[in-house]
Ligand binder design. Structure first.
Ligand code: URA
Ligand code: SF4
Length: 230
């Protein structure tokens, strides 16, 4: 099949083609201008803490950058931090993260070093009473934040990027990617290192009517991950 791994470019195309009128470029100038000169993960993390590339920094507590060793051969990309991640400043520390950890252990990958991050680095939510309800990031926010993910992947050069859910898959493969069609496939890179694979978001497993079945399918996808243990 056609190589799909094109971090950074397809979204720009989509934005120009379909959504440019919907995006207020003054409120979403993008993360590019906040990029540091040095491109190590620690330099990126430090710079991302001050990012104002879109409006999401205003209501959220803090930037939630990726975590994990730079030598990790496996990178997991989620959608955006949730309520607990926003408070903790770390990705996947809430219920979705616990399910992911559990599924990775069941897939035999529990002890494989991994770097975990999100397509969008600030929590987007609406307030309902005291609760903060997750809202998926829009295309403009996804586009604005993409330079951080691109820089993380460049710094790590992983063997495999695992996209958790459609938002992550759109960030990595482009907006035409259909998760239902390509779920669990190992895709060859056209541009950039390694391979990539998309599966569902662990939150969708938590919400599924038949949770056991959804979990089993999620673990089956994770079992397709080729790992060269050190
Ligand atoms: N969901 C995500 O996509 N990312 C997180 O970090 C937490 C929940
Ligand atoms: Fe910057 Fe991304 Fe946060 Fe927007 S969501 S302010 S682009 S780090």
């Amino acid at each position: 099949m056609r190589p799909l791994y094109l971090v950074g470019t397809p979204l720009k195309r989509l934005v120009t083609a379909r959504a440019v009128n919907a995006i207020d470029m003054t409120s979403q100038p993008g993360a590019e201008r906040f990029m540091p000169d040095r491109t190590s993960l620690s330099a990126l993390r430090e710079a991302a803490a001050d990012c104002e590339g879109c409006e999401l920094f205003q209501a959220a507590t803090q930037t939630v950058f990726g975590t994990g060793p730079a030598r990790a051969r496996l990178v997991f990309v989620g959608e955006q931090p949730g309520d607990q991640e926003d408070r903790a400043g770390e990705p996947f520390v809430g219920p979705a993260g616990r399910l992911l950890d559990h599924a990775l252990a069941d897939a035999g990958l529990g002890d494989v070093p991994r770097y975990v991050t999100n397509a969008v680095k600030h929590f987007r939510f609406t307030e309902r009473g005291k609760r903060r309800i997750h809202r998926a990031p829009n295309l403009g926010q996804l586009r604005a934040c993409l330079p951080w993910l691109t820089a993380e992947l460049k710094a790590i050069r992983p063997e495999l990027v695992v996209c958790l859910g459609a938002t992550a898959a759109h960030a990595v493969f482009g907006p035409d990617f259909r998760l239902t069609q390509h779920r669990g496939e190992l895709l060859e890179p056209a541009d950039g290192p390694g391979q990539a694979l998309a599966t569902v978001h662990p939150s969708s497993v938590l919400r599924a009517e038949d949770r056991d079945e959804a979990y089993a399918q999620f673990v089956a996808d994770l079992k397709r991950i080729p790992v060269h243990k050190e």
